[in-house]
Design a protein around this ligand. Sequence first.
Ligand SMILES: CC(C)(COP(=O)(O)OP(=O)(O)OC[C@H]1O[C@@H](n2cnc3c(N)ncnc32)[C@H](O)[C@@H]1OP(=O)(O)O)[C@@H](O)C(=O)NCCC(=O)NCCS
Length: 157
Amino acid sequence: MVVVRRATEQDFPAILQIQREAFAEYLNLYEVSAWTTETLESIKLDAKDKALLVAESEGTVVGSVRFWTVAGVCVIRLLSVSPTHQGRGVAKALMKDVERMAVEAHKLYLCTMLRTPRNIGLFLSLGYRPESLLPNHYHKLDLLCMSKYREPSLHSS
Ligand SMILES: CC(C)(COP(=O)(O)OP(=O)(O)OC[C@H]1O[C@@H](n2cnc3c(N)ncnc32)[C@H](O)[C@@H]1OP(=O)(O)O)[C@@H](O)C(=O)NCCC(=O)NCCS
């Protein structure tokens, strides 16, 4: 069973390890070193103004995600699941909890690498829709940004 909870500082080494392993999948395709080499200092700094969640399976951290809300827009980043636990709904569980916790957000927003059909399929299945393309963006990656509005009526206001 997967349990999602807020991360504590004790979880940071496990989060970095999972991030390293998860993003290593793209090593020969994309510039992902910012995520595979993130340091403890950097994640501690990030945790000062962002919420970090971890997913646990049988007491072991197997996934994580970070999010923060600015003026009603919840930005979701660094969704990572240990390669040994992928394909079992861990990412979906993390995303559901982000949505549950980001109570003040009218819009949920994330970007993913353009050439990752699996990620795009995952976010589409959770109700996210493509919003914009950011060519040559962070680390010169082409990104597809996707979003989901909590209430359609807020979209036009
Ligand atoms: C993307 C990632 C977070 C998905 O984690 P996960 O726990 O495997 O995802 P889930 O098990 O919750 O799967 C959710 C959906 O993703 C899709 N999916 C998952 N694994 C898949 C695979 N091997 N092939 C195709 N689709 C797959 C399916 O649509 C699945 O939905 P379903 O359960 O209804 O079939 C994980 O693969 C990962 O860490 N990747 C590397 C880092 C990354 O790209 N992060 C995203 C940055 S935006």
